[in-house]
Design a protein around this ligand. Structure first.
Ligand code: HEC
Length: 158
């Protein structure tokens, strides 16, 4: 029994070492891509700092990686969240969204905040939670952005 456990331990260590050679691509496309979103939704300095602190890492093309993100399997796990987060809502690819979709995403953003779904729990354990006040600021800002998009939709229908 002891020998089997020892063998298993060795296999596990080897597997962990091999894993380190396979690194997911980094999400480091830069922040410039964020400018359209910033302009259209009228991101204030305050909103920007809240988004930067709580949302950018999974919803733009630029992630700030902590040191432990270099270690597999943490790196795989984080990469999955980033890919999944960007697939659902990417502030860096705003140009690829229709007006209708933009408005819907801002609506979902409010929904996620109200339900306490965002940022993901696994993120807030490490980075700290978003405060109630910060949520309020984001909800106010997103509501204004929705109004503007709705207005634009109405005009385009005329
Ligand atoms: C650790 C990564 C991570 C962080 C940080 C994060 N999100 Fe997300 N977000 C995700 C993932 C993964 C999904 C897709 C799965 C889901 O909806 O739970 C998502 C989905 C979303 C969606 C789309 C919902 C839909 O129905 O399409 C919105 C909007 C969103 N997040 C907003 C935010 C906001 C605002 C913040 C900051 C306050 C934030 N997220 C922080 C990972 C993250």
């Amino acid at each position: 029994m002891k020998r089997i456990l020892k063998m298993l331990g060795i296999v596990l260590v080897i597997a962990l070492i091999i894993m380190q050679f396979f690194r997911p691509d980094k999400n480091n496309g830069g922040y410039e891509s964020f400018t359209l979103f910033e302009k259209e939704t009228k991101v204030s300095g305050e909103v920007l700092s809240i988004l930067k602190k709580n949302c950018f890492d999974c919803h733009t093309n630029q992630t700030r990686y902590p040191w432990y993100a270099e270690i597999a399997p943490v790196s795989y796990w984080m990469n999955d969240h980033i890919i999944d987060g960007k697939k659902h809502f990417n502030m860096s690819e705003w140009n690829s969204y229709s007006v209708k979709k933009k408005s819907k995403k801002m609506d979902e953003l409010i929904e996620e905040l109200k339900e306490g779904e965002m940022p993901l729990n696994s993120y807030t354990w490490i980075h700290g939670s978003i405060t109630k006040e910060e949520k309020e600021v984001l909800i106010q800002w997103a509501s204004m952005a929705i109004l503007n998009y709705e207005e634009a939709l109405k005009v385009s229908l005329k």
